[in-house]
Ligand binder design. Structure first.
Ligand code: WT7
Length: 651
């Protein structure tokens, strides 16, 4: 196989194997395949013993009485146990021997650096917890957070966790409409934001977007504004407060609430197959244990690591692997505010050298961008400090994997391709790097305690080497417990598709060595640059436009983003297609949802292909968007002339 090939299907022909480098394995937590396999066996044969032992690495105020209870959608973990995750991330280290160790190492996009030790973080988190309390926020209340990547964002999460408030972080790239939807769905009582945030040299008006969103939210009583840039913002008296002013007034001591293991920790919204994002609810004990354990073993964390996960805290990766997982392990966490190509395309490599980053975790879409920007940017830096690399968010094509391995890892750093989801809370399939050999494009083998399987729609195992649906056989500690306010939807979406198992929504195959190869979503979810978008969400946004009658959205392969969004639109009577309207509609979607949802292609058509029962045939549209023609089965199509008209082109 040619390594220069950019064929995305090349993972099917991939047969290279990279054993753990001996010098890495010698110092790793898990040092050999035999050790991994023995631990894995034990973890699935005796899950209660295994997870109890893992949970003992945390501090509990009250021990659990049962490690697990209940089946499938109703599983509970560490029942009866009481703990606080903020305590486990911060106090345990601040009051132990890591008081003066750097917890957060932050670099702003304009270049300033801040370092917070565990001792300092402890004080800040307690103060902010008291600020929240002074606003009347109590255990169980929902608090929205809409910020950029500042240390204060991590502090806000940890302060909520400390008092038992349920945080709901909304990615700073989402539009006002997306904020009000999320805030209203869970009835948030407060929102924490900042004046503006920096992105590629310009300022994102976070506070102004919150103001717009709050016009449609009646539950929010308080807005706390962190001053990042000092740019002028409107403050509404009686509602808006400055972070720094409240912090000054607050006491620096705030005891952590004793949370029940199954008490809610946070909500995080993600796209599904309907137009309405789902608020996945994560709880405390199981989530804490699995994020802690996966961080320890998959990132092989040691006390002298400088660990950098480039994800924004607005996504689950940031929750689990910027904040909760690494901090529970007492790691020094690098955080960077801005864009990877600001001021130039080597910003990440410069950060790695400047701060001696040892573990670097990023996304395939970023790696594809680095590849495109060229090797010169990498070669200006030594990258000597690195010892382990990771990826997450979508399947990585073997060519990008090889580039990462050679250019960034200098063939010395193992790569952990980590497969998981917002719903799973923590990593599910990934190599334990000192033990499991890697294959470019494969997430390799399951994490301890996880039993993934490739099955048919009826739940029958598919033979190795063949594609099928990826399911997980038994519940695991960090799984989401419900969709906020919609338990029925939770059970239908995840626990009924394949009887008796959790259904991931992904296609996969397992090879003869037991390695998993992810093949992308099998439902109406598009993965754009590692971020999930529902086709229905984009369609709902489009039909909300007065000139649009009907819309269909599909994903098509895209060299950089993984998938691009292609939409087909029919117009209300009296409106004619035009280039101007095309741009207006693309912009409309960006304004409704956020820039990452802006359609790449927009085709005007006179009708959409539908089945006799009226369902849009997205399969045909996907084929059309990808190849420009339709060869697939059209026997159920209601009106055959539609395809001909679509193919004729845009207008
Ligand atoms: C979907 C979950 C939790 C990570 C960030 C995305 C895809 C994620 C991989 C991987 C192949 C992957 C799946 C999954 N995905 N990681 N290593 N290899 N595919 O979280 O937004 O909840 O999306 O991302 O399709 O279902 P998310």
């Amino acid at each position: 196989m040619s390594e220069e090939s950019t064929d995305l299907d090349s993972s099917l022909r991939e047969n290279r194997v990279f054993p753990p480098p001996p010098e890495f394995a010698a110092k790793a937590h898990v040092k050999s395949l035999e050790q991994y396999e023995a631990m894995y066996r034990h973890s699935v044969d005796h899950p209660e013993e295994f997870w109890a032992e893992a949970a003992h690495e945390l501090e509990w105020f009250t021990p659990w009485t049962r490690v697990m209870d209940g089946e499938g959608a109703h599983a509970k973990w560490f029942v009866g146990g009481k703990l606080n995750l903020s305590h486990n991330c911060v106090d345990r280290h601040a009051l132990g021997d890591r008081k003066d160790k750097v917890a957060l190492l932050w670099e702003g996009e304009p270049g300033e650096v801040r370092k917070l030790t565990f001792g300092e973080l402890h004080e800040q988190v307690q103060r902010f917890a008291n600020v929240l309390k002074s606003l009347g926020i109590r255990r169980g209340d929902r608090v929205a957070i809409y910020m950029g990547m500042a240390p204060e964002l991590a502090i806000a999460l940890l302060a909520c966790a400390r008092i038992g408030a349920v945080h709901s972080v909304i990615f700073g790239g989402f539009a006002a409409h997306a904020i009000s939807d999320r805030v209203n769905d869970s009835g948030c009582v407060a929102i924490i934001t900042q004046d503006t945030s920096y992105r590629r040299g310009s300022e994102v008006q976070l506070k102004a977007i919150v103001d717009e969103a709050l016009e449609k939210c009646s539950t929010v009583k308080h807005v706390v504004v962190f001053r990042r840039s000092g740019s002028a913002v409107k403050m509404q008296p009686g509602r808006d407060l400055w972070w720094h002013e409240e912090m000054e007034k607050a006491s620096a001591e705030c005891a952590a609430e004793w949370m029940d293991s199954e008490d809610p920790l946070y909500l995080l919204y993600t796209s599904g197959t309907t137009g309405k994002p789902k608020g996945l609810l994560h709880t405390t004990g199981g989530y804490a244990v699995q994020t802690c354990l996966t961080s320890k073993y998959i990132f092989d964390l040691r006390d002298d690591d400088v660990y950098w996960c480039t994800a924004d805290i607005g996504w689950v990766t940031g929750h689990s692997y910027v904040v909760y997982g690494p901090l529970q392990n007492g790691a020094t966490v690098m955080m960077y505010e801005g864009a990877p190509n600001w001021p130039e395309c080597d910003r990440f490599w410069k950060i790695i050298d400047d701060h001696k980053v040892t573990v670097f975790y990023t996304a395939p879409t970023a790696i594809r961008a680095f590849t495109k920007w060229g090797n010169e940017w990498v070669k200006k830096h030594s990258l000597d400090s690195l010892r382990l690399l990771g990826t997450v968010g979508e399947p990585i094509n073997p060519e990008s994997w090889m580039w990462y391995h050679r250019m960034i890892g200098k063939e010395r750093c193992p790569i952990v391709d980590t497969y998981w989801q917002t719903e799973t809370g923590a990593i599910m399939i990934a190599p334990v790097p000192g033990a499991v050999a890697t294959k470019p494009g494969s997430a390799t083998r399951p994490f301890f305690g996880i039993i993934p399987e490739v099955v048919t729609k009826e739940g029958k195992p598919v033979p190795d080497g063949h594609g099928g649906l990826l399911v997980v056989r038994k519940p695991w500690p960090s799984m989401a417990r419900t969709i906020y306010g919609d338990q029925a939807r939770y059970e239908v979406a995840y626990w009924s598709e394949v009887p008796g198992s959790y259904f991931t929504g992904d296609g996969a195959r397992r090879d003869a060595d037991g390695y998993f190869w992810l093949m992308g979503r099998v439902d109406d979810v598009i993965n754009v640059s590692g971020h999930r978008l529902g086709t229905m969400e984009v369609e709902s946004a489009l039909v909300a436009h007065p000139k649009v009658a009907e819309a269909a959205a599909v994903g098509r392969p895209h060299e950089m983003k993984g998938q691009a969004i292609a939409v087909f639109v029919t117009l209300e009577g009296g409106h004619e297609p035009s280039e101007e309207l095309r741009q207006e509609l693309r912009q409309w979607v960006a304004k409704e949802i956020g820039a990452l949802a802006r359609p790449d292609d927009l085709t005007f058509t006179q009708a959409l292909p539908k089945t006799r029962s009226g369902k849009i045939m997205r399969r045909l549209l996907r084929e059309l968007a990808t190849t420009g023609e339709v060869k697939g089965d059209t026997t159920t199509l209601e009106d055959f002339t539609v395809i001909a008209k679509l193919r004729e082109g845009d207008e």
